[in-house]
Design a binder for this molecule. Structure first.
Ligand code: NAD
Ligand code: TYD
Length: 350
């Protein structure tokens, strides 16, 4: 099968590309990514020379380019992860999120629809990777299920909700074979250090303040990124067309609890006296429209497809810290912006 993975140079996409390239040598994996600030080919350096892997630099907002990728490579399945993904950036620049997350998704759906019409192309599946943030914010109790009504609050979650609706509309209107999943907050290696956990790992390492929005009482449900990639693999291969699965680790933490745990882990790893890193915690102005609590009920995925998260949070966080401390060059290149210059030059030359 010829599988197109979009956004494969990003955080989650790179784990999905790695898993599919290594696990399925019989499939050809095409990674379409525009290499935005969040895309970094160093995330895939271990598999870049595999014979079943091809990188294509391109923007999903460019409809003609998307169509050409489908016809040139006879794409038979799509795993769509390319997106603008950071809530704070969506607050300062919402339109960028409409272009990539909404228009980019519709461009891919149109190309998939054309491919599906051509019976000989045997188009198999459009898998749309989405977020639990489309469901809005919970109070102190309850969990998001697959039937929770959409209620997005940030421009990011509104754009993802819109893209989810388009995917379902193409399934219902054009019988395009589609599946969706909505996952909770991920953490792990290759996470861009603008997001809470890698930002704080980097700041602790450099003895810089840890900015906690508001009182740090907002709750997120954290899942190790490789567990998300495994769930995507299971859903891709086993889900019925038209279905949706929630993915999450039953792992709710307030932000301040997460950062205190991270501080303790890094006191030990950096040989600092207990309590040193906690002194870096700084409470800052809250995010506008900050959702209070997310919690995912992933029992449908667990019961129907047998997926389970593999790691406890403490273990996953310690593993993540180890990765960042062992990959200082990656972190330095990303925080200095060097990676972008290097890869932009490489791809302009080719
Ligand atoms: P990311 O920001 O790390 O990576 C996004 C990737 O998409 C980058 O490689 C970027 O270059 C690429 N991209 C952006 N705009 C593009 C465009 N116009 N054309 C082509 N490529 C483009 O994001 P992530 O955290 O890996 O998230 C991946 C997907 O998973 C997103 O759809 C996101 O909504 C969803 N998701 C993320 C989380 C999370 O916790 N990070 C949780 C649930 C769902
Ligand atoms: P983030 O990693 O941006 O993910 P999301 O907004 O998609 O959940 O933020 C996780 C939580 O951490 C969220 O409640 C906002 C909070 N946060 C901070 O307190 N400080 C920060 O510097 C950042 C980036 C996030």
């Amino acid at each position: 099968m010829n599988i197109l993975i979009t956004g494969g140079a990003g955080f989650i996409g790179s784990h999905v590309v790695r898993l599919f390239v290594n696990k399925y040598p019989q499939h050809r994996i095409f990674n379409l990514d525009k290499l935005s600030y969040a895309g970094n080919l160093a995330n895939l350096s271990d598999i870049e020379n595999k014979t079943n892997y091809t990188f294509i630099k391109g923007d999903i907002v460019d409809a003609a380019l998307v169509q050409k990728v489908f016809t040139d490579h006879q794409i038979q399945a799509v795993i769509h992860l390319a997106a603008e993904s950071h809530v704070d950036r969506s607050i300062s620049n919402p339109l960028e999120f409409v272009y990539t997350n909404v228009i980019g998704t519709v461009n891919l759906l149109n190309a998939a629809k054309e491919q599906h019409k051509n019976k000989e192309a045997s188009f198999h599946l459009f898998y749309h990777v989405s977020t639990d943030e489309v469901y809005g914010s919970l109070g102190e109790t309850g969990m998001f299920t697959e039937t929770t009504a959409y209620d997005p609050h940030s421009p990011y979650s509104a754009s993802k909700a819109s893209s989810d609706h388009f995917v379902r509309a193409y399934h219902d209107t054009y019988q395009l074979p589609c599946v969706l999943s909505n996952c909770s907050n991920n953490y792990g290696p290759y996470h861009f250090p603008e997001k809470l956990i890698p930002l704080c790992i980097n700041n602790i390492k450099n003895n810089k303040p840890l900015p906690i929005y508001g009182k740090g009482e907002n709750v997120r449900d954290w899942l190790f990124v490789e567990d998300h990639a495994r769930a995507i693999d299971v859903i891709f291969h086993q889900a019925k067309t038209g279905s949706t699965y929630n993915i999450g680790g039953h792992n709710e933490w307030t932000n301040i609890e997460v950062i205190r745990l991270l501080c303790r882990i890094m006191d030990t790893k950096l040989n600092r006296p207990k309590g040193t890193n906690e002194k870096l915690i700084t409470f800052v102005k809250d995010r506008a429209g900050h959702d209070l609590r997310y919690a995912i009920d992933s029992s449908k995925l667990q019961k129907e497809l047998g997926w389970q998260p593999s790691l406890q949070f403490e273990e996953g966080l310690a593993k993540t810290v180890d990765w960042y401390l062992a990959n200082e060059d990656w972190l330095t290149n990303v925080t200095s912006g060097t990676y972008q210059k290097y890869y932009q030059e490489q791809y302009t030359k080719r």
